[in-house]
Design a protein around this ligand. Structure first.
Ligand code: ING
Length: 358
């Protein structure tokens, strides 16, 4: 018998943001979506990857002052500067006053204690009740090229130029105040055989390209994740790719759904997958923000390519069925045969066959 762990959640899809769109304008749009969420009793709102700006890695930008415009500062001395930064503080203040947890992606410029600066494609999780940032994720799987391709009819994807690889791994975290009756550490006693699935919800974060990699989902699955939050900016068309614009967009949406549905199913978790959509600086981004159940089924999906709140009431207890069944990792994983997964990076084709008759 599992008691319900109910929570109403939302993906706050954003329509396009142009290069010259002011941060204040974007944040007003985000506040508007938060207001809509409040009216629907939503407790957690997820915004896209790089939610505050255009998807700037499609541009070749080399002037450091220009690059700086797309990043939020934080440092070893002030790791939670995001809470008080001029640009972003209003988002957190509103989330707190509405009692809604928020998670969103942003460009992070981090200064370590020696003053060395690093740039990351980052996602934050803010707890409204606690009034604090609970977790930070830095994108691990950066797609694209480190150098611009600089060819006519080639859409640039320069995340490897703008960002360093995330250095925080896939660390799941528990979020208090989201479900009623969650067990706490000091509730453990010998009469209770297992607290699995009974504590505060276990969450993880992914950014865009990460969702295509089963290893990333599995790292969260192995920590008991019940809900994965994922923000994306996925182009629907690139002139260098095969197929008509329409066929390319359909395929991009197919791969997006396939990845999110497989990740959720194979790790028996819900996922909230939130995109930036529409024509941004002339490039098409797919919409299809989706909330996925542990069955792998899509339970809510955006209908437009604009700012749109996609809402679902979910019961995290539904994760138990597959976590205790087909994907009970403790019972069914066979790790002695998985060594290759971490010993090897690229493909090593097996040997060629001998020619016939020799
Ligand atoms: N963007 C893309 C994404 O994974 C991409 C890049 C598109 C990679 C299509 C592979 C195929 O959706 C981001 N922002 O990671």
């Amino acid at each position: 018998m599992t008691s319900p762990r109910l929570i109403t959640v939302a993906a706050a899809q954003l329509g396009a943001i142009q290069l010259n769109t002011l941060r204040t304008e974007v944040i007003d749009r985000m506040l508007n979506l938060l207001g809509q969420a409040k009216d629907l009793d939503v407790r957690l709102v997820v915004f896209p990857e790089l939610a505050l700006t255009t998807f700037f890695p499609r541009h070749i930008i080399q002037d450091p002052a220009e690059i700086a415009k797309y990043f939020e500062e934080s440092s070893d001395e002030n790791p939670n500067a995001l809470l008080t930064n001029e640009n972003t503080r209003v988002l957190f203040e509103r989330a707190k006053s509405l009692g809604i947890d928020i998670s969103f992606g942003y460009g992070e410029r981090w200064s370590d204690k020696y003053g060395k600066q690093s740039h990351y494609n980052t996602m934050t999780y803010y707890s409204a009740k606690g009034g604090s940032i609970l977790a930070k994720y830095r994108k691990v799987h950066l797609p694209g090229t480190k150098e611009p391709v600089r060819k006519p009819n080639v859409a640039e994807q320069l995340e490897k130029m703008f960002f360093e690889n995330g250095d925080l791994g896939f660390q799941a975290f528990r979020v208090p105040h989201l479900v009623d009756g969650a067990l706490k550490a000091n509730d453990i006693d010998s009469t209770r055989p297992s607290t699995d699935g009974k504590g505060d919800p276990i969450l993880g974060m992914l950014l865009c390209n990460d969702r295509r990699w089963p290893e990333a989902w599995r790292c969260y699955g192995l920590q008991g994740a019940e809900l994965v939050l994922q923000g994306y900016n996925t182009r629907g068309y690139a002139p260098q790719n095969p197929g008509t614009p329409k066929a390319q967009e359909e395929l991009a949406i197919f791969h997006h759904r396939l990845s999110c549905q497989a990740g959720s199913y194979q790790n028996a978790c819900f996922s909230i997958n939130c995109g930036k959509a529409g024509y941004e600086d002339g490039g098409l981004l797919i919409a299809s923000s989706i909330i996925v159940a542990p069955s792998g089924k899509i339970i809510a999906e955006s209908k437009t390519s604009d700012d749109e709140l996609v809402v679902a009431s979910i019961d995290l207890a539904e994760c138990r069925f597959n976590k205790e069944g087909v994907f009970n990792f403790g019972k069914h994983r066979v790790v002695e045969h998985y060594g290759r997964l971490i010993e090897q990076v690229g493909v090593q084709e097996i040997p060629l066959l001998e020619r016939d008759g020799q």
